[in-house]
Structure formats: C-alpha cells, structure tokens
Design a binder for this molecule. Structure first.
Ligand code: ADP
Length: 303
C-alpha cells in the first residue's frame, strides 16, 4: 500500500516509528507536511499539490496533526478524504476531539462518566457556576490548552472565581471541573486501536503536582486496567468517531472517569512504558480496514 503520514516533522519519535513499521511490512511510506500541501477544490476533481508535485495514488493517510495546525491540517486531510483516500482518523472526528467542551458534551450524551464540568460566558454567572459544580478544590482548564498548560487547581471558591474572571477578561474560554482527589495525581492513558485497548500506561505526577502530563515531569509505567476501564475507553473513542485514540481517564471513587480523548496520541511514552509495538498495530489496522473503508464516525453529521 502507499501510505502518507501527515506530519510536520519526520524526526519525531511517533512519525519515525510509523514510517519504520509501515516499511517493515512492505508498504511505501512517505511523510507529508500538511502545511506544504495546497489544494485544488472544484466541482469535478479534488487534488493536492505538494512542493510542485501532484499527490496521487495514496491508499491511506495517517494524520498526526498538531493542535496548533488543526485548521489547516484537517482541511488537507478532508481533501484526501474527498479524493477517496482512507484516513486512519477522519478529519471531522479530529476537529470535534480538539474542542474539549464539545467532546465532553458528546461523551455525556452517551452516558460516559466524567468529572462534573461547568462552562459560562458572563463573569456575573461565575459564583453560581462554581456552586453548581461543587465544593473546592476545583480544576480550571483553558479550552485551548494542551500538555497540562492552562490547567490550574483552585483551592477555594474565591480563588476559582478570580482565576475564571481573569481569563474571561482576556477573552479565553475556560471551564471549571470537579477535582478528583482520589486519583492521587495519576491518570491512565489507554491507547485504543479499533475496538481494543492495545496498551495502557499509568502516568504519575511528580511530588506536589496534580497534573500527570509527561511534559510536566510525570512518569509513566505499565498498568493493568479493569474490564470496566477497557470498555469505557473503547466507547469514548467510538463516540468521538476515532479509530485510533489516546483516551485519558481518572480512577475515581465512583469508577473510571473520562478526561480527554486525544486524536494524535504520542507513541514514545506508551511504547517505552509498555514495550508494545503500537506503531506496528496501527499499520496492521490500516491493512485490515483501508480497503473496506471502514470508519467509525457514527456521530457523523451530528456535531
Ligand atoms: P491537557 O489536555 O492540557 O493535558 P488535562 O485535562 O489532560 O489537560 O489535564 C492535565 C492533567 O491534570 C491530567 O493528566 C490529570 O493528571 C490532571 N487533571 C485534569 N483534570 C483533573 C481533575 N478534574 N481532577 C484531578 N486531576 C485532574
């Protein structure tokens, strides 16, 4: 098969591993920088040109679209889809997963449990919003944040109120969330491919920190997940319409809570922590599904 990896940087671990795994299995694999793609959009044909060349003959595209280039990256992926190329994750699913609030709403509609979350527009509504979510401490999250940046723990309602007001004053979208204390600064990353969690790791925040992101100094280790955790992770990925997803969950007193569903989960942390060949599993999934054009975007057209 001819597989394109939509990635800005061929030397990134995830990109390198996908290229390697694809070539090992006898495929022609090429890294394509979405920002260097330009599109011919008209009623008769759809085409993508890349550094002067017309890109044709691709069977599948693996999108590795960074958060900062979501708009252009998903437009390029959509163009490939219009040309009949199989996307590992569909552009519409990536767009919806990039919006934290929209994701939470879609998950809640399916009865998937999550930390209780509130969102408001007017500073005047903040005190009531806070009391609606519950007792402090509370977690405040910037909608546009990634890698733990823009995630704040407010110890008191007053602190939560002033942080929310400050961000609203800066026109930033911020949500308030119930703090899951019993998670103990740890979360579980479930790597979902199709209907299976193929690897899972526990990420533990360093001492004195509640955010377990590896970019914030968290450490990763192999973890055994429960059947309930497995089922909720797969359901969350399916709800977002993602074939491949990194589903983050918190272990709470009332069971697993979904925190986030990531459409371009990194491979380095999970392959290192679990010793699993995740890149190879992704390529095998493409081999199985690209020709059948199986996609799971069951929420297609519904937001
Ligand atoms: P980002 O998308 O920036 O990584 P997250 O929502 O994943 O932001 O939050 C970063 C980290 O903070 C999580 O990995 C988790 O360890 C911790 N965290 C986030 N929300 C909560 C919460 N409601 N209760 C407890 N810990 C949380």
């Amino acid at each position: 098969m001819k597989i394109g990896i939509l990635s800005r940087n061929p030397s990134l671990y995830s990109t390198r591993r996908l290229v390697e795994a694809g070539r090992d299995r006898g495929h022609e694999v090429r890294v394509i920088d979405a920002l260097r793609c330009y599109m011919d959009i008209n009623a008769r044909t759809s085409a993508i040109h890349y550094k002067g060349e017309n890109l044709t003959g691709y069977d599948a595209i693996v999108p590795r679209i960074g958060a900062s280039v979501t708009f252009y990256g998903t437009a390029v992926l959509r163009q490939f889809e219009m040309m009949g190329v199989y996307p590992l994750n569909e552009s519409v699913a990536i767009s919806r997963s990039r919006d934290k609030l929209r994701s939470m709403q879609l998950l809640s509609r399916k009865g998937i449990d999550m930390p209780r979350t509130g969102f408001a527009n007017k500073p005047g509504d903040i005190p009531d919003l806070i009391s609606m979510i519950g007792q402090p401490p509370l977690v405040l999250k910037l909608l546009e944040g990634t890698q733990g940046i823009g995630v704040v723990l407010a110890e008191t309602s007053k602190a939560a109120e002033s942080v929310l007001q400050a961000f609203m004053g800066l026109k930033a979208n911020i949500m308030v969330q119930e703090f899951i204390k019993e998670a103990g600064g740890a979360d579980i990353r479930c790597f979902v491919i199709g209907d299976r969690v193929i690897a899972a790791m526990k990420r533990q925040a360093p001492e004195g920190e509640f955010r377990s992101n590896l970019h914030r100094g968290g450490s990763a280790s192999l973890v055994r997940i429960t059947p309930e955790e497995r089922a909720i992770a797969v359901k969350a990925a399916r709800t977002m319409g993602l074939n491949v997803a990194g589903v983050d969950l918190l272990r709470s007193a009332r069971g697993p809570l979904i925190m986030e569903v990531n459409s371009s989960p990194g491979l380095e942390g999970v392959e290192t922590a679990t010793g699993k060949d995740v890149a190879g599993a992704i390529i095998r999934f493409i081999e199985k599904n690209a020709h059948a054009r199986v996609n799971k975007s069951r929420t297609r057209g519904k937001g």
